[in-house]
Design a protein around this ligand. Sequence first.
Ligand SMILES: Cc1cc2nc3c(=O)[nH]c(=O)nc-3n(C[C@H](O)[C@H](O)[C@H](O)COP(=O)(O)O)c2cc1C
Length: 451
Amino acid sequence: MKRQLHLNLFIHSRGHHEASWRHPDSSPLPLTDIRYYQDLAQRAEAAKFDSIFLADQLALGGDAAQAARTWLEPITVLAAVAVATQRIGLIATCSTTYTEPFNLARQFASIDHISNGRAAWNIVTSWLAAAAANFGGDGQVSHADRYARGEEVMSVVKALWDSWAADAVVDDRASGRYAKPDRIKPIDHRGDFYRVEGPLNLPRCPQGRPVLVQAGSSDTGRRFAARHAEAVFTAHMAKPAAQEFYADLKRLAAEEGRDPDHVLILPGLSPMIAGTEAEAQRLAREANDLTDPEVGRKRLSNRFGGHDFSHLPLDRPLRAEDFPDPATVQAARSRTEVIINLVRRDHMTLRQLLGYLAGARGHYVTAGTPEQIADLIENWFADGAADGFNVMPPLLPVQLDAFSTQVIPILQRRGLFRAEYAGTTLREHYGLPWPQSAFDAPARQAALQGA
Ligand SMILES: Cc1cc2nc3c(=O)[nH]c(=O)nc-3n(C[C@H](O)[C@H](O)[C@H](O)COP(=O)(O)O)c2cc1C
């Protein structure tokens, strides 16, 4: 079969444009109303998206007065979305820096059971400096320490998910036997950060393990993704950078002994869609006119670990020297490099940079007709820049509907996207294998010998 695209809907605020929350065309529902998330997931499922995704930060941030900074805790949302949908994959973000691995393993295993095999975890190390103040207050954990802890969390969580064989539960009322004790094993983990005895207090997941998603972009982050991730989110402002990232991550995955086809690369894409290009650009300008430069200035400061940009005039062209060296930034280092490269390339003013970042925080932003958006998607997909896209509609739900009803049919006609779901689990939608555990190996051997 022809290689097909994977599409994920990234649900964020009332859309990815910074001013979406106050746009007259975005959803009237409160951001704390679960019907908002259920409705978006149902729309995405009707359009045959592979999955939906919820990001998360562990602090409010300083601009709640002028920006919609509230959202529900993502794992809790997934439980409610799972019971309102049947097929679509469900991805929630949770932090390895601020969550115990036993809780992580248990919560995502629960979502996998609740959804019958549609759960995925977006593994983050939490770059936002303000988060540290909510968890003990000892200051930001360094980039390197966050990833070192993340590695240990991954080995604990995987071992806990593998601590039950798929056939461990007997649940036989007549004999009084609930489970086979020899098919459940403790993990006895003793590491630098955690001691965890195990086993998990839940049977093996419908997917074996929930799908693992990651978005590391620094050198350390890419290696982490290459070792663990089955889907990788990434942000690029130009196709050559996306191609470089794609080739590098596939190479690193092969170096880790993994099949590069089992590491899907999904760059962010935020398209404003209309019947003509001029109308799409008018819609984009209309959203930009609603932005507040001071909200953008605070966001930029967060990106650079709290660096003060308040003295910079809005209308003078920026220089690379106006920014701290990315190597000294303990937040999301790779995104700071993207921003500085953009300033070097386009000699923008601060106002122009903030306007650009307002679109989708450094992801690829475009405005055009459905044909133009479908052409762009096909072009990146065919040219080694993407296995699919993290679709980030600037306004929700209107621009999701435009994508679903106008762009997806073109992709389907070109044979690039499914017309129906073939499977029921997210692993099946993404074309990922069953994750083997130590318990599976002898059972497989026996099955092979019996055959
Ligand atoms: C699409 C996308 C979504 C992300 N979502 C989150 C998130 O919800 N929470 C978070 O702390 N970081 C999030 N990140 C940041 C990444 O986890 C990572 O820190 C960032 O890409 C920088 O990579 P690095 O840590 O290797 O420098 C996201 C990144 C991308 C591209």
